[in-house]
Design a protein around this ligand. Sequence first.
Ligand code: ATP
Length: 317
Amino acid sequence: MPAAAVTVRAPAKVNLQLAVGPARPDGFHSLVTVYHAVSLFDDVTVVPATRTSIKVRGEDAATVPADHTNLAWQAALALAASAGLPDRDAAVHIDIRKRIPAAAGLAGGSADAAATLVACNELWQAGLTPAELAELGARLGSDVPFALAGGTAVGRGRGEELTTALVSGSYHWALAFSATGLSTPQVYATCDRLRAARAADTGGASPAAEPELSAALMTALRSGDATAVGPRLSNDLQPAALSLQPDLRRTLAAGREFGALGALVSGSGPTCAFLAKSPAHAREIAVSLTGAGVCRAVARASGPVPGAAVVPRGAPS
Ligand code: ATP
């Protein structure tokens, strides 16, 4: 019998490496990134309804659209179309409980889209395979396939072409949230502008180099040694995020001072991620960042964690 309600939990991501190449003809930049899913989750519940609607609760709910522009709503429409469901059978109420801040570089919208794909696939018993869900997800957003897959993975193309990365151990993080979000397109445009200015300064107009996977980071991840991983974290978008939110420099400096093994802006920012030696050390860094007043809020998380998955009925929320 089809379920009456399905809840799916999907993780935020941190980019352990984000190498940004030149803009492509379609406007996207070619990327090589190392995605890492962390234990900060949004929960999406879908319930059959007579008309599709959406409610967003929790972290930053007021800034997230509660209409058809929400990525979760688009995911439900895409799944219904792909499964060939008539409109009258495809209406759902979507309830999003956000813990992942919006416009934070943590791919919260992509997590919600991934969760909705998995939830509707289950609710409607549509039977799409993981590969089919990933293909649908890639049309919704570059980070959606990774939110479905979870773990640690290398993303190529615009981030949607995934290969699993060989990683040992668990990594513990303190995350510092900023008072205001950053628009991903604006961060990429700023990155292009900074690069053009630098090229002009050095007398050349050479295009950005093709992005390359960091072999040193991959070796460190295979070893499971966080002290080796920390110095190898990198993000080509960080200068752009720092130029748009200069206060993030203080946040990064404070985390390093508190002994973080590595510190970087996550994705397009503005969330700063600090790699710790242990869960207790992550807590210490989080407490110290709060005390120093260098961010709006903090969270602790560990990774890698699995991608979007159905929450069994009766499981604690
Ligand atoms: P990106 O995935 O573009 O790197 P991000 O991770 O920084 O972005 P998101 O939380 O995904 O940020 O939100 C980006 C924008 O997407 C928000 O400003 C919001 O207007 C829009 N959006 C649409 N649906 C959602 C959703 N379910 N949750 C959060 N934001 C959403």
